[in-house]
Design a protein around this ligand. Structure first.
Ligand code: AMP
Ligand code: GLY
Length: 412
């Protein structure tokens, strides 16, 4: 099988690496990819939001399967274009990707499907925002309705900050604050059959100890052992299957990867958000643990044949990824800073690029994901931090507590 991976971040490098290691895969290419992905196969320098250009690259590469990483590409209709070219594509169509593309749409699907989630109001005027803030009270949760690369949400006790964030968005969702640790559940689906992956934990705040702003994710780990065994089956029954049915009823069947962001509240699991693709950096820890062929899993999801795949097989290990971000992340990440030491396996590239004279530099934002597996979480953690310790990057931003307990990420 020849596979084209769309995107250029740490998640996409993890996808390309897992596919390259799959005995069923004969060649992997990336569009547009990054320097790390370039060591796995050809790079097609296309804009991943240009659906026709991506489909053209898939045809040129003679891809049997396209795997789309970033949400913006899904929302731009890359899957629709690739399918129109007669090629199987792992990732929802443009209309199904609205589950991530619009928080108002996601809330309406959840309401119709009876999914447990935070109460919310979708607002377009300052008066509506003010009324919703007063209705729910502090801590205030204010979400930009559309895609914002993980930075569209403000959670604050300060009403002025909440009002200011809302004023900067066209349409906002104001919602009730959910209290409890968060976890990410990833479900591979062909629209009818759904297969949960292992749970993974993402560290969303910029600073050690859950301090600082929300980011795209500063690190992740799996395997999680502290979540009760009944949570995943319960979420499949109360969230995943009802949502898949609702999407089919809306003529927008969802096939691909459904990311269910959960808050484990005292009242039970509540959905914080849906995403229409793998989490980044959660993919970096889940894919190395998957023993089942990822190409086969994604191909079946893309072709409506997931029911025929047996149960997923996993390595009995843990994995940790530590993100190294460029100076100033997340407020004002700098670009063009030299990265050294990130050579060899375990370094997944995110925002990196090669200069004309071959030096590896940051391209702004998260730069390198230092990823390791181990027989225990502590072993994986030690190995990931050893990798991180070898990287030099001026002003690097990273957390020291990936894999450790924290208020938002729960116990261990
Ligand atoms: P989202 O983009 O919706 O995932 O939100 C990003 C982050 O904001 C989440 O991972 C949570 O940490 C936080 N958040 C979002 N919604 C809520 C909520 N209703 N209550 C508490 N925290 C929230
Ligand atoms: N790690 C969170 C996300 O991918 O949205």
């Amino acid at each position: 099988m020849r596979v084209l991976v769309v995107g250029s971040g740490g998640r996409e490098h993890a996808l390309a690496a897992a596919l390259a290691a799959d005995p069923g895969v004969t060649a992997v290419a990336s569009a547009p990819g990054n320097p790390g992905m370039g060591s796995l196969g050809p790079l097609f320098p296309v804009n991943p939001l240009d659906a026709e250009a991506v489909a053209g690259a898939a045809v040129e590469f003679r891809a049997d399967l396209v795997v789309v990483g970033p949400e913006a590409a899904l929302v731009a209709g890359v899957t629709d274009a690739v399918q129109s070219a007669g090629i199987a594509c792992f990732g929802p169509t443009r209309s199904a990707a609205e589950l991530e593309g619009s928080k108002t749409f996601a809330k309406s699907v959840m309401a119709a499907a009876g999914v447990p989630t935070a109460r919310s109001r979708s607002c377009t005027t300052a008066a509506e925002v003010a009324a919703a803030l007063d209705e729910f009270g502090p801590p205030y949760v204010v979400k930009n309705d559309s895609l914002a690369a993980g930075k569209g949400v403000v959670v604050t006790d300060d009403r002025d900050t909440a009002v200011a964030h809302a004023a900067g968005c066209d349409r906002v969702v104001v919602e009730e604050f959910l209290n409890g640790p968060e976890i990410s559940l990833f479900v591979v689906t062909d629209g009818t059959t759904a297969v949960p992956l292992k749970l993974a934990q993402d560290y969303k705040r910029a600073g050690t100890g859950d301090t600082g702003l929300n980011t795209g994710g500063m690190g992740a780990y799996a395997t999680i052992t502290w979540v009760p065994d009944d949570v995943v089956p319960q979420v499949m029954q109360t969230v995943v299957y009802p949502v898949l049915k609702e999407m089919t009823d809306r003529q927008a069947p969802f096939a691909g990867l459904l990311y269910v962001g959960l808050c484990l509240t005292a009242q039970g699991p509540r959905v914080i958000e849906f995403n229409a693709r793998f989490g980044d950096p959660e993919a970096q820890v889940l894919l190395p643990l998957l023993k089942t062929s990822p190409a086969e899993l994604f191909r079946r999801a893309a072709t409506g044949t997931l029911a025929e795949l047996g149960p997923l097989q996993w390595h009995d290990q843990s994995a940790v990824t530590v993100v190294i971000a460029s100076k100033g992340y997340p407020e004002s990440p700098s670009a063009g800073d030299l990265i050294t030491g990130a050579d060899g396996s375990g370094y997944l590239h995110a925002g990196t690029r090669l200069t004309g004279d071959g030096r590896l530099v940051t391209s702004g934002g998260r730069a390198i994901c230092c990823t390791a597996t181990g027989d225990t979480l502590d072993e994986a953690r030690a190995a990931a931090y050893e990798l991180a310790g070898r990287v030099t990057l001026d002003g690097a931003v990273w957390r020291a507590d990936i894999g450790l307990p924290s208020p938002l990420t729960g116990p261990r």
